[in-house]
Design a protein. Sequence first.
Length: 413
Amino acid sequence: MIENNFNKLGLSAPLVQVLAKLGINEPTEIQSKTIPSALAGRDVMASAETGSGKTAAFLLPIIERLQQPGRLRALVLAPTRELAIQIEANAKNYSRQARLRSVVAVGGESLTKQIKALKSGVDILIATPGRLNDLIERGAVSLKTVETLVLDEADRMLDMGFLPQVRQIVRHVATQRQTLLLTATLSRGVEQLAREMMTDAVRIEAARSTSTVATLTQKAFQVLAHAKLPLLLALLKQHDEGSFVVFTQTRRSADRLSQALTANKHEVVTLHSDRSQSQRNRALTSFRNGRARVLVATDVAARGIDVDDIAFVVNYEVPPTADDYIHRVGRTARAGRNGSALTLVSPDEEFLLAAIERATGVRLERSKVAGFSDGRSEEQIKLASEIARLRSSSSRPSASRSSRSSRYSRVSR
Ligand code: AMP
């Protein structure tokens, strides 16, 4: 029998063995803190990011409690299709021994197939809110027997405007249930959701990866906007091994950047919300199996990318909020591996980066790349940044994060 710290958390031998076969031998912080309470049937609200092992933190106690195939007893809601698909892949892996049946129901994929899969029996359903409501309305699924409800990436779910859909779904689930809520950030909206959906929840916080992951290197390159492409090409050349995820702010700039990189003979795939589900799946497969070394993505589309060995995350444009920054850089340095987050910052983006540094408490080391910087003095850069900040704040109604009303929010992601 395998003995490790998963036994000590209360998981039974067969499940610990399944984990060992997958190379998962030591619980992560969020797993150590969540699993015992979730096994005891408590409601849990955990702040944890992608990359912390949060998926297993909620799936393992569910699988342990279900034991055998029966009827639909666990429902996991996730904000994006990619994340839902990823959770289901994990659920399949972890529940192999127990032979539990999991089904993923997301938009953009065949409804008929999902209805058929639901009919043939399901223990764990993983869904995005829109598609699940559709299935409920069609009478294809009943949630009456659900015992555990998981709200994964609850903060994103709220940001993406899913609250009415989530409420609609929860009305179909019995009030006598266990609810597990996972969130990367704690906002007033998330607190409110927790109060609404949970009873006497155990609150768990895992350390934030930006300030604690020792394997993550974070750097900023000061560069003129028009010199970002040559700088990125130079970085790709300099680090000719290892995969890159490059974030842009808009779909248009993602497409433009992908074209430019392709023209420079790089194997590139693009992920944004304009692409069909099959295009997105194909892009992710190419990136996962190494055929494409570079993935260009926007924030929303990149949620749920679960690729373990991403060496570099590049912020081609500085994200508008610290939360976006945290989510982006969390794609690298996962599960104890090394990774670098490189932020290309033009003078008029300095104020955004300064706000991120204040929020995360991490000061990024700045490099001026030879031949790329504009030769302006610190004072001149500060002034340009201040002007950009004033321009941006005069065009937005409020500075709050939840309103997401920075200059970027009017463009589609
Ligand atoms: P997540 O935070 O759920 O997106 O998980 C991040 C990655 O860590 C996934 O690829 C998991 O397979 C992996 N993982 C989860 N738990 C562990 C663990 N205890 N030890 C090693 N890897 C893990």
